[in-house]
Write a protein that binds this ligand. Structure first.
Ligand SMILES: [Zn+2]
Length: 87
């Protein structure tokens, strides 16, 4: 799926837009799509539906194991190791 950086026809802001499923001649951004009153009642396939379903636009909450956290921390300490004395 390609996201184009265009102007949203609904709010007028320059944002990544997709073609509106209800009004094919209009471009809609993510915010306007999810807040569209027609989305639930009439819109069968909202333009941003697949993106929303895939969680592309929501903050990723990834569970990091304690081992991984420890490893990352050690790598960070290693990377900072040589520089910490100068600061
Ligand atoms: Zn908009």
């Amino acid at each position: 799926m390609t996201i184009y950086w265009e102007r949203c026809d609904f709010c007028g802001l320059y944002k990544p837009t997709l073609r509106c499923a209800m009004f094919p001649e209009l471009s809609v951004d993510f915010i306007c799509c999810v807040s569209c009153p027609l989305r639930i009642s009439k819109c069968k396939s909202p333009a941003w539906k697949s993106s929303i379903d895939q969680g592309l636009l929501t903050p990723r909450t990834r569970v990091v194991s304690s081992e991984e956290r420890k490893r990352v921390f050690e790598e960070l300490m290693k990377a900072l190791g040589g520089k910490s004395e100068t600061s």
